[in-house]
Design a protein around this ligand. Structure first.
Ligand SMILES: NC(=O)c1ccc[n+]([C@@H]2O[C@H](COP(=O)([O-])OP(=O)(O)OC[C@H]3O[C@@H](n4cnc5c(N)ncnc54)[C@H](O)[C@@H]3O)[C@@H](O)[C@H]2O)c1
Length: 218
């Protein structure tokens, strides 16, 4: 395992599931991990700064706190995301905007305001959590898929623009990861055992992805 002693990492949406698994991996490797989420994690050794990533003022305050406490940032994990289950013809503008505000604008705001802190570190990196749905489609996920497409595109531009400052940027596009995030989608299918078997059959490895798989990749 890479030694992250002395490194500072922010994990957005790090209070549960995939974000928590990523935060745990970095913390176990010695990093100081700050969870930026709407709700605190249950794990007491992880530092928490309440942040709504879709609110520019919240993001600005988060980065000011990191600057005052550490003076730099080594790792930014843009993990926080939401998904609303709505068919396109029934989707309100508010539902579209909410999805875009968290998933796409949130990544933009975090990336924008982390720039000076990432530049102040040596070999810093951003990891954006996109989705396989940036490349494919699931019914009722149009806004989510579009927002993750935006995350993937934004990752290319960030790598291009931040690279000359020594800041790398990559994205992970997870497939199906076994978290409650997917429950609302699964609730649409009455025969749960059948749909569970079908989803499992889509995975050549013979099991669903787990949050720790994404933690390892990050
Ligand atoms: N679970 C999957 O199958 C899967 C697959 C591909 C991609 N992803 C992506 O992985 C990420 C994490 O997924 P998960 O399954 O752990 O979801 P989750 O719902 O369990 O966790 C998301 C976290 O983000 C936080 N969050 C939501 N809105 C926020 C905001 N405005 N500001 C700050 N924090 C906010 C939540 O409080 C929560 O802790 C998401 O971006 C999701 O799109 C998940």
């Amino acid at each position: 395992m890479t030694d992250f002693s002395g490194k500072v990492a922010i994990v957005t949406g790090g209070s549960q599931n995939i974000g928590l698994a990523i935060a745990r991996k970095f913390s176990d490797a010695g990093a100081r991990v700050i969870v930026a989420d709407l709700y605190p994690p249950d794990e007491e050794d992880l530092e928490f700064i309440k942040t709504d990533i879709s609110d520019e003022e919240d993001v600005r305050v988060l980065m000011e706190t990191i600057r005052d406490d550490f003076g730099h940032l080594d790792v930014l994990i843009n993990n926080a995301g939401i998904c609303l289950e709505v068919p396109i013809h029934k989707m309100s503008v508010a539902q579209w905007d909410k999805t875009m505000n968290v998933n796409a604008k949130g990544v933009f705001l975090m990336t924008k305001h982390a720039f000076d802190l990432l530049k102040a570190a040596e070999n810093s990196a951003i990891v954006n959590i996109s989705s396989i749905e940036a490349l494919g489609a699931n019914p009722t996920h149009a806004a989510y898929a579009a927002s993750k497409g935006a995350v993937s595109s934004f990752t290319h531009n960030t790598a291009l623009e931040y690279g000359p400052y020594g800041i790398r940027c990559n994205a992970i596009a997870p497939g199906w990861i076994n978290t409650p995030f997917n429950e609302a989608f699964l609730d649409q299918y009455p025969d749960r055992a059948k749909v569970d078997a079908e989803i499992k059959a889509l995975h050549p490895v013979g099991r669903l992805g787990q949050p720790e798989d994404i933690g390892d990749v990050a």
